[in-house]
Design a protein around this ligand. Structure first.
Ligand SMILES: [Zn+2]
Length: 209
């Protein structure tokens, strides 16, 4: 039976995307699907970046929605932001995020495959976050052994810089867009290319636990 493979990358943004490498990967694996976690109001560059400010980039994501899925990676990606938020604040920010993508779709015809999937920057979050996610019907990506109460989750079992696990039926890969934490896309390229070519790719949202 074919192995199922999902891969997620953190820190995707209009100014940190490595799209040329993603396309290179796709030329090796024409059926590639990938889930990219992006902060909707990303401030990692020191300026606020959003898809509204980068319409060509947004259009690219829309044009490539058959293989690119977008999840929510905190709101600004400031360290520990998800430790400070109350349930009400998370709820408001999720709503603002949903409106941002809806506005793109309704007013500009830019239809990004954005899913109700959330991952806290640096994996750091409080229980308030889970409550808000549950209320709004989100799933969560996690890295620990704690199953979030009542939330569907995606927990990776392959860091993309490690040897590809041929024994797993469902491989849930995880890395970063940029070379950080040892599992960046470019620095992990050789281990990713070790994947068999006949695997079946799924989005993270399709292999929830
Ligand atoms: Zn991150």
């Amino acid at each position: 039976m074919k192995q199922i493979v999902a891969i997620d990358l953190h820190d995707f943004s209009p100014v940190n995307h490595n799209i040329e490498y993603l396309e290179d990967l796709r030329s090796h694996y024409p059926n590639l699907k990938i889930t990219l976690f992006m902060a909707p109001f990303d401030q990692q560059s020191g300026k606020m970046e959003s898809v509204l400010k980068h319409l060509k980039f947004a259009q690219y994501l829309s044009d490539n929605r058959d293989w690119i899925e977008i999840g929510i990676h905190g709101f600004t990606h400031q360290p520990e932001e998800m430790l400070r938020y109350t349930q009400e604040m998370v709820d408001k920010m999720l709503l603002a995020t949903e409106r941002l993508y809806k506005m793109l779709k309704d007013e500009k015809g830019i239809n990004i495959r954005v899913v109700k999937g959330f991952c806290a920057p640096f994996w750091l979050r409080n229980q308030e976050v889970d409550k808000a996610l549950k209320k709004r019907g989100y799933w969560i990506a996690i890295n620990d052994n704690v199953n979030p109460e009542g939330l569907p989750f995606y927990k990776y079992n392959w860091s993309i810089n490690e040897k590809f696990p041929t024994h797993l039926k469902i491989v849930r890969g995880h890395g970063h867009v940029q070379d950080v934490c040892g599992n960046g896309l470019v620095e992990s390229f050789t281990s990713i290319l070790d994947m068999p070519t006949d695997v079946e790719f799924k989005f993270a949202s399709e292999v929830l636990q």
